[in-house]
Design a protein around this ligand. Structure first.
Ligand code: NAD
Length: 422
């Protein structure tokens, strides 16, 4: 076992899995099947060279990744991250969490993840399109509507998903909308997909607040990250009467103890590209956001944001993990000791993949749902999953995170067992 400082995101993810899987006694339940090993090793992981001709004439060479972790419960499914720090270990961790997440909300998918190691924001539009399409062409038959279905993640969104569908069509010579989810509605996307992850985060917060007897109208919240997930989570909290008093992005943070005008802030970010400079709040140091005097904290940026050091100083009573893996293993333990309720990522941010599933269903039927229907079905899935996890936590006297892992691992182990030994 690597020492803590050398642990990759994937090492930490596996360590957590092992801890929570222990009480399920997989080896006793399924003798000789080595399910623990099966569920902690990716089915397939690929790293490949990507070459991109830049507009100014020279060539960028970088790495692409796709990890297909587990398809015991259904086709591989998982987002695509374009970021300068992406590496294979991170993609493995994200793919690992993905198959657990689809099991927590009981949608019939497995888990995968992909990425490109690139400073995507600084490419031109034409370069972005060429790079995204190249990724699809290199993967060839590895992605497809019944095999592995990508979706948005950090720095990718509707635009990239439409490019992916187009590249797949060029390569295969036929139209298949369900090859990717998170597309624009104009080319077969679902109503409500863009806001789905943030909406799911909000539904979980509502459920937790009810259990904790927190009156949302009296609560203040801080949100780290103002991209797809953070922006929508902040908006739904604001609409429910929560005072969102602090928000950050990679460039900085702003606060207003009376509550930020979130729709106004969204408009400001659309124009200025960052939260700083918003007239309705004061700037402060980005990473001080974690220590704000709030009831609810939503990390919605990248992994390992809440370290043990930061966890010590967190004042919030409820942490809703919008991001994947935002809390380090040490911090998880510390927040537990402090009595902070944490809604774990594999439950809290599952709204995105849930509406991705709805999109895939609509694509297969070529019959499209209204925004109201999508929201109604999403709420049903998230509330059911939250309550199952909360009931498991109560009966096992464990945290919501351990309960979510227990349910997910048991479901995937059962599916793996039923599919047979070979
Ligand atoms: P995004 O690219 O839309 O936004 C990321 C945001 O985080 C940006 O505002 C960026 O400025 C900010 N950020 C980055 N580093 C930061 C830092 N150090 N401090 C403060 N802010 C920082 O990405 P997204 O799609 O919103 O994804 C955010 C997280 O949610 C990721 O962990 C992702 O895996 C997870 N997630 C996303 C989805 C989805 O549907 N998009 C679904 C499930 C989980």
């Amino acid at each position: 076992m690597p020492i803590a400082s050398e642990m990759t995101a994937f090492d930490s993810a596996k360590a957590l899995f092992s801890r929570y899987a222990e009480s399920l006694q997989l080896e006793k339940r399924y003798p000789g099947r080595r399910l623990h090993e099966r569920l902690t090793l990716p089915d397939r992981s690929v790293e490949f060279r990507l070459t991109l001709q830049l507009d100014r004439g020279d060539t960028l060479i970088t790495q692409g990744y796709r990890v297909q972790f587990n398809d015991d419960r259904g086709p591989y499914k998982g987002g695509l991250r374009f970021h300068p720090l992406v590496d294979l270990e991170e993609v493995k961790a994200l793919a690992f969490w993905m198959y657990l997440k689809t099991a927590v909300v009981e949608i019939p998918f497995g888990g995968a993840k992909g990425g490109i190691r690139v400073d995507y924001e600084n490419l031109t539009l034409a370069e972005k399109e060429r790079l995204t399409k190249k990724y699809v062409l290199v993967l060839g038959d590895e992605i497809g509507p019944e095999k592995d279905i990508p979706a948005p993640d950090v720095n990718t969104g509707e635009r990239e998903m439409a490019w992916i569908m187009d590249a797949w069509r060029m390569h295969h010579g036929r139209y298949e909308r369900g090859v990717v989810t998170g597309k624009p509605v104009a080319v077969g996307g679902s109503q409500g997909r863009t806001s789905a992850t943030g909406r799911g985060v909000f539904f979980c917060i509502e459920e937790a607040a009810r259990e904790m007897k927190l009156d949302l109208a009296q609560c203040a919240a801080a949100v780290q990250g103002f991209g797809n997930v953070g922006r929508h989570a902040a908006l739904f909290l604001h609409q429910a009467g929560v005072r969102v008093t602090a928000v950050s992005d990679v460039h900085g943070a702003i606060r207003n103890s009376q509550g930020l005008d979130i729709p106004g802030l969204i408009r400001h970010v659309q124009e200025a590209g960052q939260v700083a400079g918003f007239k309705g709040g004061d700037s402060f140091a980005r990473d001080d956001l974690f220590f704000e005097p709030v009831d609810i904290l939503v990390p919605a940026a990248l992994e390992n944001a809440i370290t043990a050091e930061r966890a010590e100083r967190i004042q919030a009573r409820l942490v809703a993990e919008g991001a994947n893996g935002p809390t380090t293993p040490d911090a998880i333990a510390l927040l537990g000791e402090k009595g902070v309720t944490v809604i774990p990522d594999i439950l809290c941010n599952a709204g995105g993949v849930t509406v991705s599933y709805f999109e895939w269903v609509q694509n297969r039927q070529e019959f499209y749902w209204s925004a109201e229907q999508v929201d109604h079905e999403l709420r049903a899935v998230m509330v059911r999953a939250y309550r199952q996890v909360a009931a498991e936590a109560a009966s096992q006297r464990c945290t919501l995170r351990e309960a979510a892992y227990r349910l997910a691992i048991a479901r995937v182990a059962d599916a793996a067992h039923r599919r047979g030994a070979q």
